[in-house]
Design a protein around this ligand. Structure first.
Ligand SMILES: Nc1ncnc2c1ncn2[C@@H]1O[C@H](COP(=O)(O)OP(=O)(O)O)[C@@H](O)[C@H]1O
Ligand SMILES: [Mg+2]
Length: 225
């Protein structure tokens, strides 16, 4: 078997609130392979977003080992982490997090800007992604002029602009009606068929069942299946 894209060994994370310490992740072990489509379910407050933020290199664990493509990212500097994140990981959030004053095309290009310069190829790719996601006639629209489902599709285009290895989605259909949710999960299925590795947090069982694997996070650990 090939090496995992991601390997987590005994990942732990706690938060301090006044004198009280909350242990949110109590020893997470996980292997994710190229081409996987994993859904993570579990009760609210169970640490799903905390885990996704660690996976996405937005937060660091207190202890444990995180290997990304075999590299020990625990030892990376902030600068190295942000470069790896920008090149390899796309993010999708429940609340879209689009920039309100920027058009769909500009929002899509934002991670390309952070990654260096906006090249002709990136602009071409942004156009193609928006067209592929059914937003060909919305490129110059701002988020307020788009439906929730359309905004989330812009967020997907933005997540894909740098051609990531891994797509992370935190409750991607949480703010959407059922038709828009279906559109988004269908897009995920197609991207996964094209080879994209996806890790998605959701509390909706019908959405989770569209993934290839489901894991349940409860009391800071994965429930063994
Ligand atoms: N930055 C933080 N500071 C303090 N507590 C936090 C922070 N982030 C998350 N928590 C706490 O950790 C627990 C798990 O949160 P979270 O990972 O968001 O759970 P989920 O996404 O499963 O609902 C919650 O009790 C939350 O209040
Ligand atoms: Mg959450």
């Amino acid at each position: 078997m090939s090496k995992p894209l991601i390997q987590l060994i005994d990942i732990r994370k706690k938060f301090q609130s006044g004198k009280i310490t909350y242990e949110v992740l109590k020893g997470i072990n996980l292997e994710v392979y190229m081409g996987d489509f994993l859904a993570i379910m579990g009760p609210s407050g169970g640490g799903k977003s905390t885990l996704l933020n660690i996976l996405g290199l937005l937060d660091r664990p207190d202890s444990g080992l995180y290997l990304f493509e075999g590299r020990e990212v625990n030892t990376f500097s902030e600068k190295e982490l942000s470069r790896l994140r920008n090149q390899k990981i796309g993010f999708i959030f429940q609340a879209f997090h689009l920039i309100p004053w920027a058009t769909a095309l500009e929002n899509t290009l934002l991670p390309a800007l952070y990654g260096g310069e906006i090249t002709k190829e990136k602009i071409q790719r942004a156009h193609e992604l928006l067209e592929k996601l059914g937003l060909g006639d919305k490129k110059n629209h701002k988020p307020a002029e788009l439906s929730g489902g359309q905004q989330q599709r812009v967020a997907i285009a933005r997540a894909l602009i740098n051609n990531p290895t891994l797509l992370l989605a935190d409750e991607p259909t949480g703010n959407l009606d059922s038709q828009s949710s279906e559109e988004v999960i269908k897009i995920f299925e197609n991207l996964n068929k094209e080879g994209l590795t996806i890790i998605m947090v959701t509390h909706e069982r019908e959405i989770a069942q569209r993934a290839k694997k489901i894991k349940f996070l409860k009391d800071g650990k994965f429930i063994e299946d």
